[in-house]
Design a protein around this ligand. Structure first.
Ligand code: MCA
Ligand code: AMP
Length: 505
């Protein structure tokens, strides 16, 4: 492994003039510019007092400069902490308090409000970065030298912290090391045959593993190019598609593109690869895509804590409904969730994993970390699965109370906590219901006090101030009582059955 991950990326450059990122507005960043700009930005961070191990929290829009900032953090040895730009101030307050960043980088529009919270929580510096690359951070970097001696890192030192929600409602920061990220980038580049001839159509957000580490790190390791779209807009996609060789997306991308008449063999014939992950891809979507385009989507499976774990083959059968075999170097076993003993081949159990890609633990949560690892070092994913007769892994459910909506994780407990805090609410249950577009739709069932004036719209207005938009229930139902079993536990399976068809059309 390369030590500092940036040295892997620098070493992969065969052509400095090659475009690394081109935006949908036509702005470009070459590999040579990426090295010099990240050098300047690394100098800016050091001048601002950032030291190895310091957290740099970032909530900005997608831009080439945001990637440059990520790379500058690697070079400095700082810990990059990307935050979903849908997070509300209430959510940010928790992340800032928990991670204690040295600097917070925000969009110019949000700098004022975030600055007040950051200052209250003791963050000494707030910098800005806009979508067009301007802002106080780039101003700081402008006059500085492009030369920067990358800080030597031990492979197990932290490169990034990614917050993932938790079953208790408190988000946990998954600590990822330089080696965790390097191992996955090298493996996926080789497995999926990425080279400097590739152009990746990139419409994912860059604050999660999929858009940042799977897509961007793999392209950096391959010296390939990316076309950055701000979001999944089918018009932008079909405009950019002729120049692309590959695309990565969550299932909602594929569902939406299938609704577009432009999707056909002619418009996708030149493409080399379509990769999907972050949530289950329905077998029907996989088949429909193959029929319309002639391309079998390559589905893979991973987590924020582990990066990628399994993949369908590049050459060989890509099976609808299966996530493929464990990546080289990854050990994956299926066990009895209670005892941890292996289950017979083909039977369903808890998926546990070990490998160079697996994180070292949750930021400042040693107890949680201990609870989610076995004594022999295997990480308990919370996903239920089985091996099929080919040796492919199939994910059949989740042992954790988690909803995945459009590729984003939503933990019901977090939404229930916010609902229960609303005056007039006695209790609530939040469930995931099959949703045509988002895979699962966050759905709330609420018991309100007699005579309360609370209704769906007023509850949503209050929630909107507290929760990121993708966590908001698509529907809220008011009932007299929640169904309970003899132990008094809410029967979410009964609720899921009651509301199972609400998003069918
Ligand atoms: C937006 N909305 C959503 C979501 N996104 N609601 C539920 N779930 C979502 N994911 C809401 C907006 O708040 C808005 O609500 C309404 O939907 C319409 O917004 P729209 O503009 O259509 O949304 P969009 O911009 O098209 O976004 C949908 C999306 C996007 C394309 C599915 O959410 C997305 O890019 N998801 C990818 C997430 C991702 O990268 N996951 C990877 C995590 P209103 O109108 O009421 O305000 S990494 C991971 O999971 C692991 C490691 C892995 O294996 O990869
Ligand atoms: P996150 O915490 O956002 O990284 O989400 C990780 C979770 O997404 C995993 O634990 C799985 O439940 C789910 N996931 C990711 N990829 C797939 C996939 N291809 N099929 C089914 N579930 C997936």
């Amino acid at each position: 492994m390369p030590g500092n991950l940036f040295s892997l990326f620098r070493g992969a450059i065969v052509d400095e003039n090659k475009v690394f990122i081109r935006t949908s507005t036509g702005r470009t960043l070459t590999y040579g510019e990426m090295v010099s700009l990240s050098g300047r930005m690394a100098n800016a961070l050091v001048t601002a007092g950032v030291k190895p191990g310091d957290r740099v929290a970032v909530q900005v829009d997608k831009s080439p400069e945001a990637i440059v900032l990520y790379l500058a953090c690697l070079r400095v040895g700082a810990v990059y902490l990307p935050l979903n730009n849908a997070y509300t101030l209430a959510e940010l307050e928790y992340f800032i308090g928990d991670s204690e960043p040295k600097i917070f980088v925000a969009t110019p529009e949000r700098a004022g409000t975030i600055g007040a919270i950051a200052a209250k929580l003791g963050v000494s510096m707030l910098e800005t970065l806009a979508t067009d690359g301007t802002g106080s951070l780039t101003n700081r970097a402008r006059g500085l030298s492009p030369e920067f001696a990358d800080v030597p890192m031990k492979g197990d030192e932290l490169a990034a912290i990614l917050y993932t929600s938790g079953t208790t409602g408190r988000s946990k920061g998954a600590m990822l090391s330089h080696d965790n990220l390097a191992s996955n980038a090298i493996t996926l580049k080789d497995l999926w045959h990425f080279t400097s001839r590739d152009v990746l159509l990139h419409a994912l957000p860059i604050f999660h593993v999929h858009g940042l580490f799977v897509a961007t790190n793999v392209m950096l390791a391959a010296n390939g190019s990316m076309i950055f779209l701000p979001k999944l807009d089918p018009d932008d996609v079909f405009r950019a598609l002729p120049e692309a060789t590959a695309m990565m997306g969550v299932p909602t991308f594929y569902v939406r593109l299938l609704q577009d008449k432009r999707l056909c063999r002619e418009t996708t014939g030149h493409m080399r690869l379509f990769v999907c992950g972050s949530a289950p891809l329905l077998a029907d979507t996989h088949r429909e895509w193959s029929e319309r385009t002639g391309h079998a989507i390559l589905e893979r499976y991973g987590m924020s804590e582990t990066n990628m774990l399994t993949s369908n083959p590049y050459d060989g059968e890509r099976v609808p409904g299966a996530v493929g075999t464990p990546l080289p170097g990854v050990s994956l076993r299926v066990v009895d969730p209670e005892t941890g003993a292996g289950v017979p081949h083909g039977e369903i159990g808890m998926i546990e994993v070990k490998g160079p890609n697996v994180f070292s633990g949750y930021w400042r949560m040693p107890e949680k970390t201990k609870a989610e690892f076995r004594d022999d070092g295997f990480f308990i994913t919370g996903d239920l699965g089985r091996f099929d007769e080919r040796g492919y892994v199939c994910i059949v459910g989740r042992g954790k109370d988690l909803i995945i909506s459009g590729g984003y994780n939503v933990y019901p407990k977090e939404v229930e906590t916010e609902l229960d805090a609303i005056p007039g609410v006695i209790e609530s249950a939040v469930i995931g219901i099959p949703h045509k577009d988002f895979g699962e739709g966050v759905t709330a069932v609420v018991v309100a006090k007699a005579g309360s004036a609370l209704n769906e719209a007023s509850a949503l207005t209050l929630l909107r101030q507290r929760l990121a938009n993708f966590k908001l229930p698509k529907r809220i139902f008011f009932v007299d009582d929640l169904p309970r079993n003899t132990m008094g536990k809410v029967q979410k399976n009964v609720l899921r059955e009651t509301y199972k068809n609400i998003y069918a059309n």
